[in-house]
Every structure is written in C-alpha cells, then in structure tokens.
Design a protein around this ligand. Structure first.
Ligand code: ZN
Length: 95
C-alpha cells in the first residue's frame, strides 16, 4: 500500500472517529436534512450487496504488505518464506 493510500485511510478513519464521537448531533442534523429517510430506503434495497462489497474492499486494504509479498511460512519451522521459495532459507525444508 502506497503512502498516499495510507494517508487517505488515516484521514477517513480520523473523520469517522470524529463523526462517531458526535453521533447524536450528526444524526439529528442528518434527520433534519432528510438523509435518514434516504438511508432507510437505500438500506432496504442495497445494503446487503453493497455492505459485502465495502467490507471485502476494506479487508483487502488491511492485508499486511510484507505478508502479501512473502510466500507464506515454512511448514517445518514456521519462519516466513520469500515468494516463490521451494526450500526454507532457515531450516532447508522443502516447502
Ligand atoms: Zn523452515
């Protein structure tokens, strides 16, 4: 994950935490603006598929880049393996 994407994730999470901290005021403001009714309609029609897609995208973003680059762990000694390794660099066991 590049630095700009990490910055974007931090900004989004910070805004999310601020919104959660002021949840009652935000909810009241959204209710006055009519957003609650729109959200209720959207939930009835779109929530299941949309939420699954968003959660899947977030889980993909949470993958550790070091782990994603590595080839897993050795079944013998559990040390991390470089991608494409056929033998463990620590114990020499065949992967
Ligand atoms: Zn090993």
């Amino acid at each position: 994950m590049s630095l700009s994407i990490r910055k974007l994730v931090v900004i989004v999470l910070t805004v999310g935490i601020v919104i959660l901290a002021n949840l009652w005021a935000v909810t009241h403001w959204l209710d006055q603006a009519g957003v609650i009714e729109i959200a209720r309609t959207a939930r009835e029609h779109f929530l299941t598929g949309t939420s699954v897609a968003v959660i899947t995208a977030l889980l993909i973003l949470l993958v550790n880049p070091r782990r994603a680059r590595s080839g897993g762990s050795c079944p013998v000694c559990s040390s991390s393996l470089p991608r494409g390794a056929k033998y463990c660099p620590e114990c020499g066991g065949r992967v």
